[in-house]
Design a protein around this ligand. Structure first.
Ligand code: ZN
Length: 671
C-alpha cells in the first residue's frame, strides 16, 4: 500500500518540492522558494530530520534562490540553485553538513563560456566530473579535481556539451551509466553523451544518441536496474547490463508500474509523469506535481511444486454485482459514453483484478461457458488457473470478491503442479499490474475464436446525429455493430487473410496500390515492405468511432466508421462485408486506391473472404442472424426499414470468387 509524503510531515503548511535524492536511509527534498531549504526525512524511522538551511552553514551563508536539482555522490551533496547561478557543494559524510565550495561565479554575467553559470537547471556528478546544464543549451563540465575550497566561485570549466533542448527552466534530469551521460527533459527528449569524448576546452560536444518522447527521468539503482519514467507516466525498469547504443532504452523491460493505491483509498490511480524518481529498498519514491509517493514494488516469490491443486470455482449467479450493457432501454448518453462503453477487439472477454475484486466483462453476443480465468505473473512464463467460472451472460459485467492470501495455491495450466505466491496478500495494493489475465475455455468454440483475434482496435459508439446523414445509435444497432466488428476483426486475424494479403497479386491479379493508383512510385504499387507495414497497421489500427449512416452506403476515414441500416442484417446475406470493408479502408486511402475501389484490393478481398467463410458453417464468430434478430426489429425503431428481399438473399449462394478459386488451388494447411 502506497503512502504520500506531504508538507505536513515536516510541520509545514505548504512546500514546493522540486527534486529529491536518497543517501542511506535519508531522503533529501529540495523545497524551492525565494529562500529555499533542503528537507530531510528518515525513511527507516519514518520521521522528519532537521532541514539544511544554507544561511546557517558557515562558509556558505548565502540563500538559495530556487532549487532545481540535488545530487549526492561520494559523500558530497550538490545543490543546483537556479536563481543564485551556483552549484553549492557540501560535505555530508559527517553529522553536520559542511561547505566545500561553489561552482559558477554566483552571477550570470561575465565569462559564461569559462566561469560563470547562467542559471543551473540540474546537476549530476561522477568520479571524474560535475555536469551542470544552464539555460544556454549546454551542459557545463567541471573536473572533480577542480572542486576545491581554493577554487570557490572561480573554478574554470573543463568542457561543454551541447544540449539543444535546454533553455529557461528546462528541469533536466541526468544519470551517468558507465561511460555515458543520459539527460532527460520533461517533454521526454533524451540525450546520451559519450563521457570519453570530453576533452579540455571541448565545446559543443554533441550527443551520440537523441530520442524524442522517451523518458522524463532515468534513475540507476544499485540493484542492477535502471528505473525510467516514460512520457505517459509509466515507470519501467531495465537491466543496466542490457543498455547499448542501438537505441537509448533496451528492447525489453523487466517490470512496468502503471497504477498505485494509496492508504485510505479504494481506487487505484495512474502514476503521473515523474519529475524525479528514487528507489529505497523495495519502494519506488516518486515525485510528480509537487507530491511524493512512496510505492511498494513487491516482487512475488513463486513457489512452484508438483503438488496438484484444484482451481477456485466461481459461479456467475453468485457474483457480488452483475449488470448488462448495450441492452434495449439503455440511454443514448450511456451508449455513446466511450469511457463506459467500449471494447478492445482482442479483449472481448476481459478480466481485471483491483484490490480483492475480480472484474469480468463480456462483449460476446452469445453466452460463453466453461471458462477459465487464467493468470500469468509478469515476467514469468507460467500460466496458472486463477479460477474457473461456469458462464458469462452476453454483453454483461460481473464482479467477484476474491480473497488471495500468501497461502493461496493455483494449479499450473499445463497440469504439472501448482504455484504458491508468497507476498501475494500485499500485491493487491501493489503499484504494478502484477498479473496478465485472460479468459479462456478448453471446450467453448466461440471463446476459442474470440481468443484468436489479433486486431487491437478499440471500438466505441459515436454521438453522430444529423438529418439525411447520420441516425442516432440505439442498443440493437450497437450490439450488431459489435458483432460485425468481431467478425471483421476475426477475419482479418485469420491465417487465411494473412495468406491472401501477402499473395495479393496471385490472388487478385494485381498488386495493391495507394492513392496514386496503378503506377510505380511511393503512393502507387505496394513493395514487399509495404505489405508488411500495412498488415501490421491493419491489426493495430487505433480507435474506431462507430455510427449509423443514412446516405445510401456508408462513411469512413480517420477514426470514423459508419454504414447504413441494411448492412446490419445484410452482412449475413448477400450484402456481405463489401461496404464495411470499403469504409474501413478509407482510414488508409481514397477511391483511387486499392482500399476502396470496387473489385480491386481490400474491399473486394474482404468481401470475397467473407463469402468464402460463409460457405463454411461455424467458421467465423457470428453467422446466425437470429442471435440479435436485428432483421425482426420493427421498422419504426430503425433508421431505415428492413428490406425483406435482402433478408432472403442467402450469403453462401454468392457467386464463386477469386478467394474461393485461390484456396481451391492453394488449400490452407489443416490446423
Ligand atoms: Zn468511399
Amino acid at each position: 500500500m502506497g503512502s504520500e509524503l506531504t508538507a505536513g510531515n515536516f510541520g509545514l503548511k505548504t512546500w514546493n518540492s522540486t527534486a529529491m535524492v536518497v543517501n542511506g536511509d535519508v531522503l533529501y527534498i529540495a523545497n524551492s522558494q525565494a529562500e529555499s531549504n533542503i528537507l530531510r526525512y528518515d525513511l527507516k524511522q519514518k520521521r522528519a530530520l532537521s532541514a539544511i538551511d544554507p544561511v546557517k552553514i558557515s562558509g556558505l551563508a548565502k540563500k538559495w534562490d530556487s532549487l532545481n536539482d540535488l545530487e549526492i555522490q561520494a559523500g558530497r551533496l550538490y545543490v543546483a540553485n537556479y536563481g543564485s547561478n551556483r552549484i553549492d557543494i557540501l560535505d555530508i559524510s559527517s553529522e553536520q553538513p559542511s561547505f566545500i565550495m561553489a561552482l559558477g561565479t554566483g552571477v550570470w554575467w561575465g565569462d559564461a563560456l569559462n566561469y560563470s553559470l547562467v542559471h543551473s537547471n540540474a546537476v549530476t556528478a561522477d568520479d571524474r566530473y560535475v555536469y551542470v546544464p544552464d539555460i544556454e543549451g549546454r551542459i557545463n563540465v567541471w573536473r572533480q579535481s577542480d572542486v576545491t575550497a581554493q577554487n570557490h566561485l572561480k573554478a574554470r570549466k573543463f568542457a561543454r556539451l551541447s544540449l539543444p533542448g535546454c533553455a529557461r527552466n528546462c528541469n533536466a534530469r541526468m544519470e551517468v551509466m558507465g561511460d555515458y551521460l543520459y539527460t532527460s527533459l520533461p517533454d521526454g527528449m533524451t540525450y546520451v553523451h559519450d563521457i570519453n569524448q570530453i576533452q579540455e576546452n571541448g565545446n559543443n560536444i554533441t550527443p551520440i544518441l537523441t530520442e524524442t518522447n522517451l523518458s522524463a527521468v532515468m534513475h540507476r539503482h544499485n540493484d542492477g536496474l535502471v528505473y525510467v519514467s516514460r512520457n505517459d507516466g509509466t515507470v519501467e525498469s531495465y537491466r543496466e547490463k542490457s543498455f547499448n547504443l542501438d537505441s537509448i532504452l533496451p528492447n525489453k523491460s523487466e517490470d512496468t508500474f502503471r497504477d498505485y493505491i494509496l492508504k485510505g483509498q479504494n481506487q487505484s490511480s495512474r502514476i503521473a509523469k515523474a519529475s524525479d524518481l528514487y528507489i529505497y529498498g523495495q519502494n519506488l519514491l516518486h515525485m510528480a506535481n509537487q507530491k511524493i509517493h512512496i510505492l511498494p514494488m513487491l516482487t512475488l516469490q513463486q513457489n512452484k511444486s508438483t503438488q496438484l491443486n484444484q482451481a477456485m470455482i466461481l459461479t456467475e449467479s453468485q457474483a457480488r454485482e452483475r449488470s448488462r450493457v448495450l441492452q434495449d432501454g439503455e440511454s443514448w448518453e450511456t451508449l455513446t459514453n466511450s469511457s463506459q462503453r467500449h471494447v478492445y477487439m482482442d479483449k472481448i472477454l476481459s478480466a481485471t483484478l483491483n484490490g480483492n475484486r475480480l472484474h469480468l466483462q463480456s462483449y460476446s453476443a452469445v453466452p460463453v461457458r466453461d471458462l477459465q480465468i487464467r493468470a500469468k505473473i509478469k515476467n514469468s512464463e507460467d500460466w496458472v488457473i486463477l479460477a474457473k467460472l461456469d458462464q458469462l451472460t452476453p454483453f454483461s459485467k460481473a464482479n467477484f470478491g476474491l480473497k488471495l492470501t500468501d497461502q493461496s495455491r493455483f494449479p499450473l495450466l499445463d497440469g504439472t503442479g501448482s504455484i504458491q505466491l508468497a507476498g501475494l496478500s500485499q500485491t493487491t495494493q501493489n503499484p504494478s499490474n502484477v498479473f496478465d489475465l485472460k479468459i479462456s475455455s478448453e471446450t467453448d468454440e466461440h471463446v476459442k475464436k474470440l481468443n484468436q483475434i489479433k486486431a487491437k482496435w478499440k471500438i466505441y459508439f459515436g454521438t453522430y446525429d444529423e438529418p439525411n446523414k447520420w441516425c442516432r445509435i440505439t442498443p440493437v444497432y450497437a450490439r450488431e455493430w459489435v458483432m460485425m466488428m468481431t467478425n471483421l476483426a476475426y477475419m482479418l486475424s485469420t491465417p487465411e487473410f494473412e495468406t491472401l494479403w501477402f499473395n495479393h497479386k496471385a490472388v487478385m491479379g494485381h498488386d495493391f496500390f495507394g492513392n496514386d493508383g496503378q503506377v510505380e512510385g511511393p503512393n502507387g504499387f505496394f513493395q514487399p515492405e509495404d505489405y508488411v507495414r500495412i498488415y501490421r497497421e491493419i491489426l493495430n489500427r487505433n480507435e474506431i468511432n462507430l455510427g449509423i449512416t443514412n446516405m445510401g452506403g456508408g462513411l469512413g476515414g480517420g477514426a470514423v466508421l459508419g454504414v447504413d441500416t441494411w448492412l446490419f442484417y445484410g452482412h449475413y446475406r448477400l450484402s456481405g462485408y463489401r461496404i464495411i470493408a470499403h469504409e474501413f479502408g478509407h482510414h488508409w486511402g481514397g477511391h483511387n486506391s486499392a482500399w476502396a475501389m470496387s473489385n480491386y484490393g481490400f474491399e473486394a478481398m474482404v468481401d470475397w473472404l467473407n463469402f468464402y467463410f460463409q460457405r463454411r458453417p461455424g467458421s467465423i464468430p457470428y453467422m446466425d442472424p437470429n442471435v440479435n434478430t436485428f432483421h425482426l426489429t420493427p421498422d419504426s425503431a430503425l433508421c431505415q426499414g428492413v428490406n425483406q428481399n435482402m433478408v432472403k438473399g442467402v450469403a453462401l449462394t454468392a457467386p464463386w470468387n477469386k478467394v474461393d478459386e485461390y484456396f481451391k488451388n492453394n488449400p490452407m494447411p489443416k490446423q
